[in-house]
Design a protein around this ligand. Structure first.
Ligand SMILES: [Cu+2]
Length: 136
């Protein structure tokens, strides 16, 4: 039952009606002992004006932040990105080693194949929800 649905979700651009087309949204699975998960996705701004993400929530996690991985003096660390602006007509990728969603304190252990709902809040007050799939 689950397979055809998943295939469909991957073919249809998620939330195509909103200003941002969000695709390839997934969460890297980690053992239950790790208190955070990293989430990745691709944000395509189909409009001519910039769109700014000012927050994100997911019912499966205590909180969600946008982070950027940076290396400074040979040390890798992460910094919070409180607002993520996507210029009109551009694509921003959250991917391993760069920008990512830091999803704090999962309510229960995650496992590959599960879907988690996430809702983004934009600077204009609008919201957009989509599903993210847990992958190995
Ligand atoms: Cu992080």
């Amino acid at each position: 039952m689950q397979r055809p649905l998943l295939a469909l979700l991957m073919i249809i651009p998620l939330a195509a009606l909103a200003d941002l087309e969000i695709s390839d949204a997934w969460i890297k699975n980690l053992p239950a002992s790790v208190p955070v998960r990293a989430g990745y996705l691709t944000l395509r701004n189909l409009t001519k004006k910039s769109v700014t993400i000012v927050g994100a929530i997911s019912p499966g996690f205590a909180s969600v932040e946008i982070h950027r991985s940076v290396s400074q003096d040979g040390m890798a660390r992460m910094e919070a990105v409180p607002k993520l602006q996507i210029e009109g007509g551009t694509t921003v990728r959250l991917e391993p080693g760069g920008l990512h969603l830091m999803m704090m304190q999962p309510a229960q252990p995650t496992s590959p194949g599960e879907l988690y709902r996430i809702t983004f809040e934009y600077a204009d007050g609008s919201r957009q929800s989509l599903q993210m799939e847990v992958r190995k």
